[in-house]
Design a protein around this ligand. Structure first.
Ligand code: C2E
Ligand code: MG
Ligand code: MG
Ligand code: MG
Length: 268
């Protein structure tokens, strides 16, 4: 009897699921090493103004894996979040971003550039983000007002009051906030008004359906109108074509990011 249920229990595991689990364990171990040994790198993607002039960059993480080749953040960020590796990783990212901003600030040609960094909801909730940001700014001497923290709507799903209070404390340090992937998540207009936001970032899914779906045009138009009535800047991400840019401009969007202007690349 026991033997039989034992065998059943083993049969319960799908070999594909098991292979997937092994892969995750392996990836997590490699990621832990990369986080601690400086094995992660940053790519930078330009954000441009109405004339195509570069206003700043978004920092995007890359993991050049020794055996498997480059692994994208879509794969390793969820692993980092589940294993809480996102906390040391996030701290490393803030330090690296602040160091870059401090370097830009020393050159008149680059001193006005902003740098956007993505903050995971898990990092936001489980690390002392105020202390991490303050430390990054203090140790590097980076200008706080050039640092933009990108957060997503998922952050507001739990304990919105606490999130709001933390954002206010960060805002008091001088940093700015951008709401990433806007339109894809939980969006309470009441919170939009309450949060110390500076920018809405139109998700690339809307930008990319601008040419096919008439509804996308209406959605993009209303996001831009909403941003304007809340006195927020608005930036469109994932802009790939001139047509998309023209449509966005017609609606009053004047900041863009996407392959049309430059793919994420090493700074050099
Ligand atoms: P995101 O912040 O919304 O970043 C935009 C993603 O769109 C990036 O993918 C970027 O490479 C890609 N992209 C940019 N322009 C275009 C375009 O014109 N067309 C298309 N099709 N795609 C474009 P990436 O670098 O793979 O990053 C994916 C996501 O991973 C990011 O989405 C962000 O949520 C997360 N991520 C990236 N770096 C970090 C990080 O340092 N920390 C955290 N917590 N998350 C990060
Ligand atoms: Mg982002
Ligand atoms: Mg985005
Ligand atoms: Mg996105």
């Amino acid at each position: 009897q026991a033997k039989q249920s034992g065998r059943n229990a083993i049969c319960f595991f799908d070999p594909l699921m098991q292979a997937d689990m092994l892969r995750r364990v392996h990836l997590e171990r490699g990621l832990r090493r990369a986080v601690h040994d400086g094995g992660l790198t940053l790519h930078f993607q330009p954000q441009v103004g109405p004339d195509g002039d570069i206003l700043g960059y978004e920092a995007l993480l890359r993991w050049p894996h020794p055996e498997q080749g480059p692994i994208g953040p879509g794969v390793f960020i969820p692993i980092a979040e589940q294993s809480r590796l996102i906390i040391p990783l996030g701290r490393w990212l803030l330090q690296a971003a602040a160091r870059q901003l401090a370097a830009w600030a020393r050159d008149p040609a680059t001193r006005a550039l902003t740098l956007s960094v993505n903050i995971s909801s898990v990092q936001f909730r489980h690390d002392d983000l105020v202390a991490a940001v303050r430390e990054a700014l203090e140790t590097t001497g980076a200008p706080a007002e050039r640092l933009k923290l990108e957060v997503t709507e998922s952050l507001l799903m739990e304990e919105p009051d606490q999130v709001c209070a933390t954002m206010e404390r960060l805002r008091a340090l001088g940093v700015h906030f951008s709401l990433d992937d806007f339109g894809t998540g939980f969006s309470s207009l009441a919170y939009l008004q309450r949060l110390p936001l500076d920018e809405l970032k139109i998700d690339q899914s809307f930008v990319q359906s601008l040419e096919q779906a008439p509804a996308a045009d209406a959605i993009v138009g209303s996001i831009i109108g909403l941003a304007r009535s809340l006195s927020l800047h608005v930036i469109a991400e994932g802009v790939e074509t001139e047509t998309q840019r023209t449509r966005l401009a017609a609606h009053g969007c004047h900041r863009y990011q996407g392959y049309l202007f430059g793919a994420p690349a090493p700074l050099a």
